[in-house]
Design a protein around this ligand. Structure first.
Ligand SMILES: C[S@@+](CC[C@H](N)C(=O)[O-])C[C@H]1O[C@@H](n2cnc3c(N)ncnc32)[C@H](O)[C@@H]1O
Length: 273
């Protein structure tokens, strides 16, 4: 089964007339799992914050490099929080492409992300998605699929990529701290999020308008500065080069390093001591 196969009809409970940030993100990445209301919202965002598709691509590229890093460190199981609507380069596909057998539990609370991921994953024995709010630790960690696929006595790759921007302080630090209690030493935690700290006045203005648009849509987002994000890693050992802009984390691509949207995202990977 591939991401290009037709997806079965959505459950009737999914309200496709309300825009969703998850489906707008899919639209920014060039995906097709979005509806008219999502596209209308996404186009409004594009009009006021044209850098957003570039940030989403930089974020997706960071995710791929972070997963590769985890695999290189011997991590063979992942908990991917806020995994989104499957597009190219999902965590299990990064491992597959590297020829490494890994077990992956995706978590998303958005019904279309859940529905489509279920379809993409089909009958996979080693990757699954659960529909849950990542803040509900028992719903995530005690889910039968999580128990079946992940062994928390062994290192896990915990991914919170492009998702903590939806949480108001102090939730990101509390959330990472709570998951961290369950992670074995040697586990790796990858985080990326939105920032406008070193943005030009033009980019900063875009971020202000973007925040307003997401707030009006009922999905507020919170850009953070470096010092705020560093606090999320309390008790963890940051991997070199620490918390940096997305393309600067284990850089691979000069085009990304030169991207004008670079100042809008930070990423880091840290180890549980
Ligand atoms: C911007 S997308 C990021 C997708 C993917 N992690 C990536 O970086 O490409 C954020 C995803 O997080 C999901 N999300 C937001 N808040 C969540 C929560 N509290 N629990 C679970 N998923 C959440 C959204 O539904 C969306 O699919």
């Amino acid at each position: 089964m591939s991401i290009w196969d037709p997806v079965p009809a959505l459950p009737a409970t999914v309200d496709t007339t309300q825009p969703s940030a998850a489906r707008a993100y899919d639209y920014f990445l060039g995906g097709s799992h979005n509806f008219a209301a999502d596209r209308e919202f996404a186009n409004q965002v594009l009009a006021i914050a044209p850098s957003i598709p570039a940030v989403t691509r930089l974020n997706r590229s960071f995710l791929r490099r972070a997963v590769h890093y985890c695999l290189d460190q011997g991590i063979r199981q992942f908990l991917d929080l806020g995994s989104g609507i499957p597009t190219v380069g999902n965590t299990h596909q990064v491992a597959d492409a590297a020829g490494i057998a890994a077990r992956v539990v995706y978590v998303d609370n958005e019904p279309v992300a859940y529905h489509h991921a279920q379809h993409v994953l089909g009958g996979s024995e080693t990757a699954t998605i659960i529909q849950a709010d990542m803040r509900d630790l028992p719903a995530v960690l005690d889910h039968p699929d999580t128990r079946r696929l992940l062994d928390f006595t062994q290192p896990v790759g915990l991914l919170a990529v492009g998702v903590l921007l939806y949480l108001e302080d102090p939730q990101p630090a509390e959330l990472l701290g709570a998951y961290r209690q369950r992670l074995a030493p040697g586990s790796l935690v990858a985080v990326s999020t939105l920032t406008d700290e070193h943005a030009s006045p033009e980019l900063r203005a875009e971020m202000e308008l973007l925040r307003g648009a997401y707030e009006s849509a009922g999905e507020p987002v919170y850009p953070r500065d470096h010092a705020e994000i560093l606090r999320w890693f309390d008790g963890l050992d940051l991997i070199d080069p620490g918390l940096v802009t997305l393309p600067e984390w284990h850089p691979q691509d000069q085009v990304e390093l030169d991207d004008p949207a670079k100042p809008l995202g930070y990423g880091a990977v840290a180890r549980v001591p």
